[in-house]
Design a protein around this ligand. Sequence first.
Ligand SMILES: Nc1ncnc2c1ncn2[C@@H]1O[C@H](COP(=O)(O)OP(=O)(O)O)[C@@H](O)[C@H]1O
Ligand SMILES: [Mg+2]
Length: 385
Amino acid sequence: MTAHRPTSKPTAPRPLPPLSTVGILGGGQLGRMLAGAAARLGFRTHIFAPEKDSPAFDIATAKTVAVYDDETALDAFAAAVDVITYEFENVPVEAAFRLAHHRPVFPDANALSVAQDRLKERIFLNNWDIETAPHATIDSLDALVCESEAFNGPCVLKTRRFGYDGKGQAKLNSPSDAARAWETVAGARSILEAFVPFEMEISVIACRDRYGATAAYAATHNTHVNHILSVSRAPAPIAPETQARARALAVRIVDALNYVGVIGVEMFLVRSKEEGDRLIVNEIAPRVHNSGHWTLDAAVTDQFEQHIRAITGHHLGDTKRTADAEMLNLIGDEAEDLTPFFSEPRVKVHHYGKAEARPGRKMGHVTRLLPLSNGRPDGSISRNG
Ligand SMILES: Nc1ncnc2c1ncn2[C@@H]1O[C@H](COP(=O)(O)OP(=O)(O)O)[C@@H](O)[C@H]1O
Ligand SMILES: [Mg+2]
């Protein structure tokens, strides 16, 4: 009998039964909330993270403390779990490929590599006719000077990799800002893009299961303070037609990527008299997303459960809103005294169990539940499979 090697991604998966183990790369608050959702569904979790005090360890079944290129630790992790996902998009693609030889990895390494490089991300989006801000590739100060002259207006320099919360970015009001901007990104391979005069920032959390069914949550309106998400409101105060378009756009992205799991799609809404509302995609996050935390308390199925359902081969749950919601991030020392939030009965409190409140660190969030503004289902699932 010839040896049969199972493929890493079966087309007709058997849903994982209770007590199976979900492996999660990354141990931050997103991993913690994923582990909570997995536990509710009867799964065990195994968290792989480099930091020994990772907040997700508190509630996981098992942990591995190791760096993402420790091949021995990765192989042992793969052997101990039934399916693998991540809560952090900067996991090296090589690690995802290595793990995929042993166990299914969702979202797959292709989605990861597209989402972790801003240039690849924009090329992918533009190939699918999805609008992004005009951009140019920057590999030297000379190129930066030249391209910023060509843009002839304000623009933003962004490192291709590892940026978050506005880190690895510099705004140029004119080409004379080029040297300072190049210093800010420390000469890293970057893109330069036109500054978008947006009306508001919105995002859509979408999901796709292993059978090709898709769903999306209501688009939320996001406001940032010091480049860190501060408040998300669901639904965003936009025309129903724009809501529908934003959600359809996010679903097109998960279909184009043949994606499995939850994705966050950040967009700029630009309003013009001639063209109405234009949606410009700014960033895709191949994971559960901060602007989807409201779904924990104000949707039939929250984004964490949805992700676990999708990757374990189960069907998606309903993404319909059960209330309007306002999610407020608690940053730095803002989570020290939670008593005022507990005194509001319609506020749901989430603390991530982090011991040290460094400035800019996300320590928790609260979600204020508001009356449902319309009863229209904004979360139907389309079954392609
Ligand atoms: N081209 C742009 N035009 C206007 N504002 C921008 C542009 N790019 C980024 N920003 C602002 O900076 C924030 C962070 O940029 P983003 O590309 O989302 O990186 P990250 O979230 O990884 O730090 C955005 O949410 C937006 O407020
Ligand atoms: Mg962003």
